[in-house]
Unconditional design. Structure first.
Length: 145
């Protein structure tokens, strides 16, 4: 059985480290803004085991004119559970949550290897690829909802 529910920021660290910060200390998994009241973290549980995570930050990007926009950060599914629809389920859950909060636009910095995944979910790339230090090449993507 699959369940998605809100979790504490610290609960995301184990998956952030295994998927997004391989070989880096657990401290690198604590993102700025993680513990703000306006930040939401969601976990996908498969048979009661945390398998995937996603975080929503109430952060605006000045490139976009929409007044209410949120940023997705730290979306990750354990490698052995990828290609099972869990990533799509997490993103869709966040979209539904954002709609319930009257958010107009979702944006994020996607790793270049994940761009095709997000394009399938109708997110659009904008601008040129850029490097995030110690993390890798990314591309800004967005979707009006």
């Amino acid at each position: 059985m699959t369940l998605i529910k809100e979790i504490a920021s610290q609960e995301t660290f184990i998956i952030r480290q295994r998927v997004l910060r391989k070989g880096k200390p657990i401290e690198s998994c604590n993102f700025e803004g993680d513990n703000l009241d306006t930040t939401h973290h969601f976990g996908l549980f498969e048979n009661k085991n945390l398998t995937g995570i996603i975080s929503l930050f109430t952060t605006s990007n000045p490139i976009f004119e929409e007044k209410k926009q949120w940023q997705i950060r730290g979306m990750a599914v354990l490698e052995e559970h990828q290609k099972k629809g869990f990533g799509e389920a997490l993103v869709s859950y966040c979209e539904t949550y954002c709609i319930s909060q009257n958010v107009q636009l979702i944006w994020f910095n996607a790793r270049t290897e994940a761009v095709s995944f997000y394009k399938k979910m109708r997110y659009q790339p904008i601008g040129k690829p850029f490097d995030i230090k110690n993390v890798g090449e990314h591309l800004l993507m967005f979707k009006k909802i």
